[in-house]
Write a protein that binds this ligand. Sequence first.
Ligand code: ZN
Length: 115
Amino acid sequence: MHIKTDDTVQVIAGNDRGKQGRVLSIDRSAGKLVVEGCNRVYKHVRRSQKNPQGGRLSKEMPLQISNVLLVCGRCGVGVRTGARLTSDGIKERFCRKCSSGLGQIAPAKEKQAAK
Ligand SMILES: [Zn+2]
């Protein structure tokens, strides 16, 4: 799954199913990512010097990467993506629904261009 920080994704499972949000961070080793406004939980905070009031803190929790889909700008919904090479040798993601490009994954390989 090629998802990067700042991508817009749609959640496809759990309480926030159908919601779209921006990717705030990704933990590739754990296969999880944090999506803005999704999977919010209230963390109860004890009174402390830093937080004299205590109370509840709203916080986004990480979601499984497999539970989100990249949103295609043209389709406006979460779509399955593929990877392909453009004519310039650039690897890019594309929407499997409308086949429009969804941004570059890797720059053109110099070696291939030279051959
Ligand atoms: Zn599309």
